[in-house]
Design a protein. Sequence first.
Length: 413
Amino acid sequence: MTTKPRTANHVGKNQTSVKVENTSSILRAIYETSDISRADLVRLTGLTAPTVSRIVFFLVEHGVITESPGKRNGVGRKPVVLHFNGRSRYIVAIDFSWAHVRVAIMDLGGGILDRSEHAIDPRGQAKAEFEIAISAIQESLNRHPGIKIIGIGFAAPGLINSESGTIISIPNFPSIRNLQVRQLLEERFGYPTFVVNDANAEAIAEKFFGQGRDASDFVLVHLGYGIGAGLIVGGRLYTGNFGVSGEIGHTSVDRRHGKWCDCGNRGCLELYAGLRAVLEDVSVRLGRQVQFIELQQLASEGDGKVLEVLKDKGELIGYALVNIVNIVAPQRIILTGQVAALGSPIFEPMKHVISERCFYRVADQISITLSSLAENSTLLGAMTIVLDDFLEDPYSFLNVHAEHHPKKVSRPA
């Protein structure tokens, strides 16, 4: 299972690249299969028994995998089986959004060792709001001295250049422009840092831990304050070019008279079907200010005015997803975010539009489901983007980063 785009293989690989590729194949096989033996690895990877034994010894020596007696098949000794040791290393995961920054220290199996959440102000200055994230990371590390950290994963909405580790812009967060996240975090903490769009992060999380584990092609759609999508195509994350892919929230649903969006477009979907728009329209219909918790309650109680608003929003989202289905034809659509959490009042009108409008009714063959990862999906994705790189090239982490400790950083005044 890999989520990263790959370049074509070239003839004449050097010895180091072959070693890395072989180790990655074995490590991924152990990660994806419980109770696997060396003989199983030989059959599965096509590598020789001495090569498998040498690589397994290296991974056991570094604590990445463990050994235990397996079940006896017939007579003879019990086979030795191998397990991925998720708690051998840890990753710092950050979910940086319009209203909050969540920071977690997570093991390689997705378990959360430490988690905190802090409010941020999208109208504030980028430096001050980003400093909240830095302080939260430092506080988390201070609570767990001595653990082996291999990297930092940082997920945020908006236009992201993952190659340079830069947030180019976040719609509705006007002070953030060309924020050099990777450079800033690596300078402060000394760990390799990976930066990814939040919807892409959630798609990766679904591929490793959620509803996308058994699908090679699916679309993760985040329906929150913003609306975006992460695309997994052929088992790999599709990132497009220029840092842009899956931005369905910035497709126009009212191109002539629509509201102007911070992205520069007019009539963008998220201005009409994002959580802010849902709350505003419900508040207008009821003649008073409604917050999300009350909205959930009113929807579950079947309030007629609320259901009318949600039906309209669900249909708008459905029209946008028809375009994705007709272009990508995914096996599955996975929904997440607070608007998706409103359930059937959004879900049913959306599914009806998709079923009715898709080309040759291919939607009848597409599974549409809610994410099972809840509010931790972005954190899981931020962690998994580092994990995926670790599984691809464990040597660069084990030889360089595994025993690395962060630079001492004084607490901000």
